[in-house]
Design a protein around this ligand. Structure first.
Ligand code: FMN
Ligand code: EPS
Length: 355
């Protein structure tokens, strides 16, 4: 298995959901950066499981230990290694899943690729739990980016059929800061209650729902990125697609393909010395290169695969068709906990792009 990424920074994640610990090694961080540990803890809390009925009941505090790369809270420039213990595993829930493959999860392809040696407990190395170290690394990246004036924020754009508004063209820094300090950010504050009801409805029917997260990265200067293979979209997408359960990534206005050219083209204008566009349907990127407007993208997340309804599947030991009823503790919807994961991946991607 390979779990490494990055050109200018280097990320390597490790661990399994039911192993002793999970963690990350980050190389290429600047030396002399004072880390705000309380802010890192806040972002970790936004993702942590077990906080209410919208989440898996598995309670994990997600306290972290930084074992290298900082001294007296300041980065030394050496690779930073951070670890998070797994403290609340119920591995018995997974005893049947070694042979009965969960539809929608990694079990069957992983069984084939790793000849049955892969750890299925809690999703093993495929687990959404591995996004905890990603949030940790992303929180550090955000602090470095903020020194350059770059601010990131995201909101729950859609849960099942319930929709929030889209980002306005002029995204206020205060709005992004406010979003990233909310546990479950939406632009329309009336919509969250409906989203919550939709998740609860799915949970009560032993089912799950998915949705869309929309993210904005403000103040990335114009001129970052390359044409073709290393366009900004090409650079951010692998990180976003590596979040478990992400099935789509799109940049700019979701409806751009339904527009006429005169609607899709973002008209330029000068505001003092600053070049801006009147609309931002291209999401701050044209020709693979940033144009100075906020980078805006949407990430589509599928419904959680592990649901407790009876489903059709196969038993790979007996080679028979069978049925499965998944036990254990699962998120009825991944979206609320994944907002900060998307923000974190965005931060890591932009930090790597800036070099
Ligand atoms: C934050 C987060 C939490 C998740 N929680 C669960 C869960 O409780 N149960 C589950 O079956 N999948 C959960 N997933 C999704 C699975 O890990 C994912 O669907 C699986 O690894 C298969 O990968 P794929 O959906 O990308 O194909 C979660 C993902 C994330 C990002
Ligand atoms: C623990 C987390 O989420 C887990 C992600 C997950 C999966 O299959 O992705 C399966 C569940 O694991 P378990 O059966 O051990 O409770 C979730 O609880 C977390 O995100 O921190």
């Amino acid at each position: 298995m390979s779990a490494n990424w990055g050109n200018n920074i280097e990320l390597s994640i490790f661990g399994e959901s039911h192993g002793p610990a999970i963690g990350i090694v980050i190389g290429g961080l600047p030396a002399g950066m004072k880390l705000d540990m309380d802010e890192i803890r806040w972002f970790m809390k936004r993702r942590a499981p077990g906080q209410n009925q919208m989440s898996t009941p598995r309670k994990e505090k997600d306290e972290f230990q930084i074992v290298s790369g900082i001294r007296d809270g300041v980065t030394t420039g050496a690779p930073l290694c951070a670890m998070i213990e797994n403290t609340n595993t119920h591995s018995k829930d997974y005893s049947e899943l070694k042979v009965n493959m969960r539809p929608g999860h990694s079990d069957y392809p992983a069984y084939i690729k790793y000849h049955g040696y892969n750890d299925v407990r809690g999703g093993g190395h495929f687990s959404g739990r591995l996004t905890a170290p990603i949030v940790l690394a992303g929180s550090i990246a955000r602090q470095i980016l903020l020194e350059k004036g770059i601010i990131i924020g995201a909101h729950m754009k859609q849960i099942h059929h319930i929709q929030d508004c889209s980002f306005p063209v002029d995204i206020d820094d205060e709005l992004l800061k406010q979003l990233s300090h909310q546990m479950y950010p939406t632009l329309d504050d009336q919509v969250f209650i409906k989203m919550q009801e939709e998740i609860e409805k799915a949970r009560m029917s032993q089912d799950s729902v998915g949705g869309i997260i929309e993210c904005a990265i403000a103040h990335v200067p114009a001129g970052i990125g390359n044409p073709f293979f290393d366009s900004v979209e090409s650079h951010l997408s692998p990180l976003l697609f590596s979040i478990p359960a992400v099935k789509s990534v799109s940049f700019g206005s979701e409806s751009i393909h339904q527009m006429y050219g005169h609607e899709a083209n973002d008209a330029y204008y000068y505001q003092g010395d600053q070049v801006k566009t009147k609309t931002n349907h291209n999401g701050g990127i044209t020709g693979g290169i940033t144009n100075g407007m906020p980078i805006v993208f949407q990430v589509g997340i599928k419904p959680t695969p592990s649901i407790s309804q009876i489903q059709e599947t196969i038993n790979v030991q007996t080679h028979t068709n069978t049925q499965i009823q998944v036990k254990g503790r699962h998120d009825p919807c991944i979206v609320p906990r994944a907002v900060v994961v998307v923000e974190s991946m965005a931060a890591l991607g932009v930090l790597d792009l800036l070099g």
